[in-house]
Design a protein around this ligand. Structure first.
Ligand code: MN
Length: 264
C-alpha cells in the first residue's frame, strides 16, 4: 500500500470517527411522559380547577369528594353535602357534556379555556356552557378548599398577605361575609388575585367564575340556597360565619402561589 493511500484511509477513518462523536453528542429528543390525569393541551396559564391541572371537557367528569359527606359537620350537614355533590354538581357535569356533544373541537379545550373565551362558543349553547361549565369549575374548587381538619387562622404566605391587604384576618372575614350576604340571589363570594396582582374580595352571579373577568379564584364560598338551606333555612349569615370552621388553609396557600404564576 502506498504512503498516499494509507494517508487517505487514515483521513477518511478520522472523519468517520469525528462524525460518530458529533452525532452521539447531539441532544436526543425525549418525548415528554404523558400525565395520566391531564388530557388537554394549550394550558397558557396556571390551572384554576386545581394547581395540579385544568378540567377536561372530553367528557367532563364529576370529581370524587375528598372526604365523607358527614366530614364537614362543623359547618355543613351530610345530607346537604350529598345533595350538593351527587345532585347539583353532577347535573352541571351532565349538562355541560350535553351542551358540547355536537362540538368535538370544543371538547378538546379545558373547561377553563371555554369560560375564558365564551365568544368562541356557538351562541346557541353559550349560556348552557357558561352556567354548567362554571358550575363544574366552581364546585370542583369548593370541595378542595374545605377540609374536616380545616378552620382556625390562615397560615403561611396567605396569612401575611391577608393582614397586609385587609388589616387583619377578622376584618377580612367580616368583609368576605358582608359581600357574601349582600350578593343578591344566587352566586358566589370569592377571594381572588385581580389582574393587578392584588388580593380582592369579589362576588359573581349564578355560576360565573372570576376567570371570566381575568382574575384568579383563590378561595370561594357558595351562597346559593342549595349550599345551606337544609340546616340554616334562610339564615345565610349564620352559614357564612360557620363556614370558616372548615376552610382548608394549606390548599388555599397552594392556590395563592399558583395565582402568582398565572397569566389570568
Ligand atoms: Mn352549589
Amino acid at each position: 500500500m502506498s504512503k498516499f493511500i494509507r494517508k487517505k484511509i487514515a483521513f477518511v477513518l478520522t472523519g468517520m470517527l469525528l462524525a460518530i462523536v458529533l452525532i452521539s453528542c447531539e441532544a436526543v429528543p425525549v418525548a415528554e411522559a404523558p400525565s395520566p390525569e391531564v388530557t388537554f393541551t394549550n394550558v397558557s396559564s396556571s390551572p384554576v380547577a386545581s394547581p395540579d391541572g385544568e378540567l377536561s371537557a372530553s367528557p367532563a367528569q364529576l370529581p370524587k369528594l375528598p372526604y365523607d359527606y358527614a366530614a364537614l359537620g362543623k359547618a355543613i350537614d351530610a345530607e346537604t353535602m350529598k345533595l350538593h355533590h351527587d345532585g347539583h354538581h353532577a347535573s352541571y357535569v351532565n349538562n355541560l357534556n350535553d351542551a358540547l356533544k355536537e362540538e368535538p373541537d370544543l371538547q378538546t379545550s379545558s373547561v377553563e379555556a371555554l369560560l375564558r373565551d365564551l365568544n368562541n362558543v356557538p351562541e346557541n349553547i353559550r349560556t348552557k356552557v357558561r352556567n354548567n361549565g362554571g358550575g363544574h369549575l366552581n364546585h370542583t374548587i369548593f370541595w378542595q378548599i374545605m377540609s374536616p381538619d380545616g378552620g382556625g387562622e390562615p397560615t403561611d404566605e396567605i396569612a401575611a398577605e391577608i393582614n397586609e391587604t385587609f388589616g387583619s384576618f377578622d376584618q377580612f372575614k367580616e368583609q368576605f361575609n358582608q359581600a357574601g350576604g349582600d350578593r343578591f340571589g344566587s352566586g358566589w363570594v370569592w377571594l381572588v388575585r385581580n389582574p393587578a396582582g392584588e388580593l380582592q374580595i369579589v362576588t359573581t352571579a349564578n355560576q360565573d367564575n372570576p376567570i371570566m373577568d381575568g382574575a384568579y379564584p383563590i378561595m370561594g364560598n357558595d351562597v346559593w340556597e342549595h349550599a345551606y338551606y337544609l340546616r340554616y333555612r334562610n339564615r345565610r349569615g349564620e352559614y357564612l360565619t360557620n363556614w370558616w370552621n372548615v376552610v382548608n388553609w394549606p390548599e388555599i396557600n397552594k392556590r395563592s402561589l399558583a395565582s402568582m404564576q398565572s397569566g389570568n
